[in-house]
Structure formats: structure tokens, C-alpha cells
Design a protein around this ligand. Structure first.
Ligand code: SIN
Length: 288
């Protein structure tokens, strides 16, 4: 429940997500921020509609959660807003023959942001500037619930295991600039994190999958790792633990990377879609 009286919290009624009304993110005070922070831990993903933010406003609100990471290196390199390396541009738009952003117009598969880093960002925030008339919806899923859905025997089997999070390909299926193509999960570059993590703020257990491509469970024969991952993903991809945002211009969506994953529907490549994203540094490596 929000303690800050003018904010209106409306849960999506799905397994995660709430819309927060009655707020202008440019003018949040400490009490308002505390209420938003609490709601974010409770609901995992927050939607703020009708915002009118400059890039500086987006950075200022994002920094309330902590220091920011720079935009990730994607297929088009590190696409950020000039003068603001913290703002990653998600876009299919090409200007003067040069892509202004990353991820194109295709599907972006389920993933959590930048989990191929030792200290992945704890949160990300997307601000919608230009949108296609149809498509490009973003889905989020609740990875606490994914863990809770697992049969006890499966929870025991994965306890103590570590998973490699691949750094070769991004969620759009593109090779990150400067990285060699590798499709062998045993040799692809990446970072290991516990398969089951404890959320550092809520203390709840979460299935931490990151992304499927080139994932590998340490110590297992590849075929066993693939089979176990397929089994785990069958829980993570259940529609009942997901919620989708149908974007409107002015939407800000804030999510917790430690306990959610997200994916995006494709859209008409001839249409324009531009979103600006910030990513808030994690304070520590994911822990079991
Ligand atoms: C992202 O993965 O951060 C981008 C999602 C989107 O384009 O909606």
C-alpha cells in the first residue's frame, strides 16, 4: 500500500505490475519516492502514464534508485543519447543511414537486462517517446512465482547450481558489436550466477534464468544442462505469471531485474518506435 496520499496504486490483477497514478516524476519528494520504492518491491513492475520528461528528468528520477550503468553494447554498438551515456536508445529508426538505437523491430525474447555482467543492473526504466500504431508490446514475468511453481524435487535438484549467462547475443538475436559469434554454450563468453538467488531487499527466492540462448548449467553434461534448462523455462514462460504493457507515449515503466524477465513483440519495421532506457546498478553480485 502506498503511504504517500496523492499517489494512486492500481494493481494489474496479474501476477505482477501496478499502475501508479497521480504522480509527476519530475517533482517527486522523499516521501513520494519512499512510497514508489515500496510499491516497486511489492509489484516488481510499475507503470507511470502521461509523463513529460526530458532526458535529464529521466536520469534524475532513475538516480533516486542508485548510480546508473552506461547503455549496453548492442548490435549497433553503444547507442546512447548524445551527452548522456546512461540513456540507452531502444529503436528501429535509421537516420542518414545510421541506426539511432538498438534491437530493431523484431521480437526481443525473454531476458533480464545485462545479466552477462558480474554485477547486473538491479532495475531498468523505459520511457516511451514514439510508438507504432500496433505491436511492440512488452511483457514482464514474475520470477518469484516461477520459482514457487517448481515441484519440490526440482527445487532440490537445482539448489546450489550455477548458470552461465551468455554475453554473445542480445535479446533481439543480434551479435553484440565486437564479440565473435559462438553457439556452443560450453565455450560462449558469459558470467556464472546462482540459478536460485535470494532477492537482496525482499529476502525472497527467485529463479534467475537471464536468457536461454547459450545458457549452461555448470558441471553438467551439455545434454543434461539443456534438458534441465528446458524444464525450468517451461515454468518461467507460463502465461499466468506474466503481464503485458500496451505502450502509450509518455509511459514510464520501471522493473526489478532481480526478480523479473521481459520480452517484446515484433512490430512493423516501417513504423517508428523510440524509447529511452536507464539501467540502475546493482549493489552486489546476485547471491544464492
Ligand atoms: C528492453 O529489452 O529493454 C527493450 C524492451 C522493448 O523494446 O520494449
Amino acid at each position: 500500500m502506498l503511504e504517500w496520499v496523492s499517489l494512486v496504486e492500481t494493481a494489474t490483477g496479474r501476477a505482477l505490475g501496478a499502475e501508479i497514478g497521480g504522480v509527476d516524476l519530475r517533482t517527486i519528494d522523499d516521501a513520494g519516492f519512499a512510497a514508489i520504492h515500496r510499491a516497486w518491491l511489492d509489484h516488481l513492475v510499475l507503470l507511470f502514464r502521461g509523463q513529460q520528461l526530458t532526458d535529464d528528468d529521466l536520469i534524475a528520477f532513475s538516480r533516486r534508485f542508485g548510480a546508473l550503468d552506461w547503455a549496453p553494447v548492442q548490435e549497433t554498438g553503444r547507442r546512447f543519447v548524445e551527452g548522456h551515456p546512461e540513456i540507452y536508445v531502444v529503436s528501429n529508426v535509421i537516420e542518414n543511414g545510421v541506426p539511432i538505437g538498438s534491437l530493431g523491430a523484431g521480437e526481443a525474447v525473454w531476458h533480464t537486462d545485462m545479466s552477462y555482467l558480474e554485477d547486473p543492473p538491479k532495475a531498468s526504466m523505459l520511457y516511451a517517446l514514439e510508438l507504432p500504431a500496433a505491436g511492440g508490446d512488452t511483457f514482464f514475468c514474475n520470477m518469484y512465482r516461477a520459482y514457487e511453481l517448481l515441484p519440490e524435487e526440482l527445487k532440490r535438484r537445482i539448489s546450489g547450481l550455477a548458470l552461465k549467462h551468455d554475453g554473445t547475443y542480445n535479446s533481439g538475436g543480434y551479435l553484440r558489436q565486437g564479440v565473435s559469434a559462438v553457439d556452443d554454450p560450453l565455450t560462449s563468453p558469459g558470467v556464472y550466477h546462482p540459478l536460485v538467488c535470494t532477492h537482496p531487499e525482499t529476502g525472497r527466492r527467485v529463479l534467475y534464468l537471464g536468457r536461454r540462448r547459450n545458457a549452461y548449467i555448470s558441471g553438467l553434461p551439455l545434454a543434461d544442462s539443456e534438458a534441465l534448462l528446458d524444464e525450468l523455462w517451461s515454468y518461467a514462460e507460463r502465461p499466468e505469471i506474466a503481464w503485458r504493457n500496451q505502450w502509450q507515449v509518455g509511459d514510464v515503466v520501471l522493473w526489478d531485474n532481480r526478480c523479473t524477465m521481459h520480452r517484446r513483440d515484433p512490430f512493423d519495421p516501417a513504423a517508428r518506435r523510440i524509447l529511452h532506457r536507464t539501467q540502475i546498478k546493482g549493489q552486489a553480485r546476485p547471491k544464492a
